[in-house]
Every structure is written in structure tokens, then in C-alpha cells.
Ligand binder design. Structure first.
Ligand SMILES: [Zn+2]
Ligand SMILES: [Zn+2]
Length: 297
């Protein structure tokens, strides 16, 4: 599932690049900066290689800058096997030669050529935050500030938006989560939409047709909604839990499924309203989000 999503996003990125190139019609590629060379190679390596070996030991795999000449940058990928791939990025054109070397065997082999511009992200899609109803503005600003630490393009709508009346279930004073997601879908503006509410949201499951939940997202479909109330006790979430909930749901919106690692924020809450043991993503979830433009510590 995740592989498919990753593949789809690569195809989309390639399409964007070729559209763009058509528009500039015959003009030269812009000169490549060292930052662009690194970003392109890093994105390429995260999309092409299996990083799961680095899940328990992130230092086993890496992308680092190498030597620089007048004509090219060198960026080096180190695999967990010890093999190295040297990317020689032409500063003028972005054409990048890939040479694999296996130090223990003393063998170098050319792997081919890529265009680094195909792997450099376009302007980052924005995460648009919306306050539903009377969700406090100060709290929304606080969540925005937390999100900005890990994702650089975030906006918060000035005006609160109305909770859709057709999603309201009066007997239990709660709103249908998928209805709110459908509402938020219209507000993505090419990026992501995150709704904040201080009402209970529900989802039909095997326990109840109006089962209260913390938050809900359409996986990979760029929308999430979260509630500031604990559905069982109706007590407000602590700031810390609310922040973690936000990052968890956005992880889904960006395409991440639940994670088995108990210390990872993408762990399943399993109706038990449990939160992960630490407020961070595991290396594998982190690697995935990094390819989506997150900057996680
Ligand atoms: Zn989840
Ligand atoms: Zn994880």
C-alpha cells in the first residue's frame, strides 16, 4: 500500500517537472546549487532504495556531500551493505552520473544517468488549518506553531468555519467525522486541509454507529480532522496529546498507515485512546515523511 503511494507520488513529481520544462520552452536549465544537488539525490535515494535496514540504526545508511569541482558536485549515498553510490551532478545541466563502488571488492560500475531536476520538489504544498465553530483561535495558533517546526508551509484561516449541519447527530451531540472530511476536501486548495473542532466526532464501527473518536483522516487524501475532547470522558485533551494527535492524523493524510512500533506516533490507538510512548516518529515513518517535505529532528 505504502509502496504504491510512494510510486504514485514519484509519477506525479515527474509529470510536474515535464510540464514545467515545456513552459520554459528551450531555455537553459537553471544552474544547480549544492543544496539542490543534495535535495535531489536525497529524494532519489529515498524513493529508489529500501531504507528499512536503517529503521533500527539510522546511521547505517546516509546521503552526504562529497568533493566539489568547477563542473560538478559529488553526493554520496551509503547503503547498509557498505556499497557506495557516487552521484556526479553537473552544475550547469543537472545531468547526474551514478557510479557504484563496492570498497571491499575494489569494483566501480556505472549505474546510469538521471536528471536531478526530476527529483527536486516543487513549491511545497501548504497545510491549511481551519477552526470549526468555536474552536479557540489561541489554541489553533499554538498548534500551527508546533506544526511549523516540522513542516515549513502552514496557514491558519482567519475566520472560523461552520460545522456542517448535515453531519450533526443530535441525540449524542456529535459530528460525523467522514462528513467533516468531505467538507474539508473542498478546502485543500492544492495542499492539505486540517480541521480543528471542540465537538465530539464519531465514526461508525463494530461497537457503535456513532463511536466517538479523537480524529480521522482519509489516508493519502490530504484531509484530517481532530477533536480537542476525549470522546469517553468529554474532558479536553492536554496540549501535548492534542499536538501528538495532530501529527498522527497528518501522518495519515500524507499517506502513512498505522505503525507497529509502540514508540512511534503512528501507532494505532485501538479504541483504547492510548497515545504512543514517545512523541516522535520511528525511523521508518520519519524517512517516509522526509520524502514528503517534513523536517523531523
Ligand atoms: Zn491513526
Ligand atoms: Zn512508525
Amino acid at each position: 500500500m505504502m509502496k504504491n503511494i510512494v510510486l504514485i507520488s514519484i509519477v506525479v513529481a515527474l509529470l510536474f517537472c515535464s510540464c514545467n520544462r515545456n513552459k520554459t520552452d528551450g531555455s537553459q536549465h537553471p544552474a544547480i546549487t549544492a543544496q539542490m544537488a543534495f535535495e535531489g539525490v536525497n529524494n532519489y535515494c529515498h524513493s529508489q532504495y529500501d531504507w528499512s535496514a536503517a529503521a533500527d540504526n539510522p546511521s547505517m545508511m546516509s546521503v552526504t556531500m562529497g568533493d566539489e569541482t568547477d563542473a560538478e558536485y559529488e553526493v554520496i549515498f551509503r547503503s547498509y551493505t557498505g556499497a557506495l553510490v557516487h552521484f556526479h551532478v553537473d552544475k550547469a545541466t543537472g545531468k547526474t552520473r551514478m557510479v557504484e563502488s563496492v570498497p571491499t571488492l575494489g569494483v566501480d560500475s556505472t549505474l546510469g544517468t538521471i536528471d536531478i531536476l526530476d527529483y527536486i520538489g516543487k513549491a511545497k504544498p501548504t497545510i491549511h488549518i481551519y477552526r470549526y465553530g468555536t474552536f479557540p483561535e489561541a489554541k489553533a495558533k499554538q498548534l500551527k506553531a508546533v506544526l511549523e517546526k516540522v513542516y515549513s508551509s502552514v496557514s491558519l484561516a482567519d475566520e472560523a468555519i461552520e460545522l456542517p449541519a448535515d453531519c450533526y447527530y443530535k441525540p449524542r451531540d456529535r459530528y460525523r467525522g467522514t462528513g467533516l472530511l468531505d467538507d474539508l476536501r473542498k478546502l485543500r486548495h492544492g495542499g492539505y486541509a486540517l480541521g480543528l473542532t471542540n465537538k465530539i466526532i464519531y465514526y461508525e464501527n463494530e461497537i457503535s454507529p456513532t463511536f466517538g473518536i479523537f480524529g480521522i483522516s482519509y489516508m493519502g487524501d490530504r484531509v484530517s480532522v481532530i477533536s480537542s475532547l476525549r470522546p469517553k470522558t468529554l474532558q479536553p485533551l492536554s496540549d501535548e496529546d492534542m499536538e501528538e494527535l495532530m501529527l498522527h492524523e497528518l501522518g495519515h493524510a500524507f499517506g502513512l498507515p498505522h505503525c507497529k512500533d509502540e514508540r512511534c506516533m503512528m501507532v494505532d490507538a485501538e479504541h483504547g485512546y492510548k497515545f504512543a510512548q514517545t512523541q516522535s516518529f520511528c525511523p521508518s515513518c520519519k524517512n517516509y515523511l522526509t520524502t514528503k517535505g517534513w523536517t523531523l529532528p
